[in-house]
Design a protein around this ligand. Structure first.
Ligand code: ATP
Ligand code: MG
Length: 310
């Protein structure tokens, strides 16, 4: 799902585009605008006179200060990631007035619209490689990159909106409680694993993790828990039941807290859909509600496993 038509690269200010070319030491001979992602700013594949293709995204603080801050933060994160992490490498960061552009190496492969078993396997492997690294100095504890994990607690306080919530919200809130403690660790965590933040290369069955603005230090299973929620939220090519099955199976390979994480993450989408409006991304509440709906069968099963042990 696309939130808003991304701005076109050609509409970014000419001096910014010229400064990007300068920083890359080559002329931009062509470009392809990219869709997807959460930012209204342009993202593009740039073709350079020296033969390279690179990735660029740009954002103006006047359009959405939050995304502008994220581009700056991602730029700093990319600089401290070890080369063995499956991430793009930063090539340039350019500022012009309120505009900021980040240019990285191009990641081979494609960003899938729906998960497949092959793309799940590739991203699982990439997440395991990433989390096999100790978080570099300078990355913040993951608790500082997790928001609204008290969502179910707030649903309980406000009153359940339907029968499912009447039956499960209290237990969901108990399951999510104390998340700052059980997500703490010193592994490298990407923290924003979604299909649109990955590139999967079918030729090598490998994946690159993209969009590192939320990277943090935490427990090593966290990205796989986030991936399992996204398999259901984004969907699987073979349908909703298969998505739930693949997500459940993945969670079974992880510590129990991974199930708690998925319940808490769903509570985050639930409360945000109800309480946050976004003028720049007006469809984001619909996207969040849709995720909560899709995740219900999985979350029901996880809450049952966690609170009614066999
Ligand atoms: N290095 C890369 N190589 C190839 N394609 C990329 C690369 N980085 C991103 N993409 C593609 O561009 C899309 C948008 O990029 P990205 O996820 O970095 O931006 P975003 O989510 O809009 O940004 P932000 O979270 O900073 O607002 C991705 O969904 C992906 O398809
Ligand atoms: Mg993204």
């Amino acid at each position: 799902m696309t939130f808003t038509p991304r701005a076109a690269w050609a509409d970014a200010p000419a001096p910014l585009r010229a400064a990007v070319a300068d920083a890359l030491g080559s002329t931009i001979t062509g470009h392809t605008d990219l869709r997807g992602g959460m930012s209204p700013g342009p993202a593009a594949a740039l073709r350079l006179a020296d033969g390279r293709t690179v990735f660029a995204k740009a954002m103006s603080a006047e359009v959405r200060a939050h995304n502008h801050m994220l581009v700056r933060r991602e730029s700093a994160v990319l600089d401290v990631l070890p080369r063995s992490v499956p991430a793009p490498h930063r090539l340039a960061t350019v500022e012009w007035g309120p505009w900021l552009a980040l240019v990285t190496t191009w990641a081979a492969g494609t960003t899938v619209e729906l998960w497949t078993d092959t793309s799940i396997d590739a991203v699982v492997a990439a997440c395991r490689t990433a989390s096999g690294h100790r978080a570099p100095d300078g990355l913040r504890p993951v608790a500082e990159r997790i928001y609204d994990f008290d969502g179910w607690e707030r649903v309980v306080a406000a009153g359940p909106a339907d029968e499912w919530e009447a039956a499960y919200a209290v237990r969901a809130a108990e399951v999510a409680a104390d998340w700052a403690r059980w997500t703490a660790g010193d592994a490298l965590v990407h923290r924003d694993i979604r299909a649109d933040n990955t590139a999967v290369d079918a030729a090598t069955s490998s994946a690159t993790l993209l969009d590192w603005a939320y990277a943090a230090a935490g427990v090593p299973w966290l990205d796989l828990a986030q991936l399992s929620a996204d398999i259901v939220g984004t969907g699987h090519g073979l349908g909703g039941e298969v998505a739930t099955d693949r997500a459940y199976r993945l969670i079974q390979t992880l510590p129990t807290e991974a199930a708690r994480f998925v319940v808490a993450l769903t509570g985050m989408w639930r409360i945000r859909a109800a309480t946050t409006q976004d003028a720049v991304l007006p469809t984001i509440s619909t996207w969040r509600r849709e995720r909560v709906r899709a995740l219900r069968p999985l979350v029901t099963r996880l809450i049952t496993d966690l609170t009614e042990p066999a």
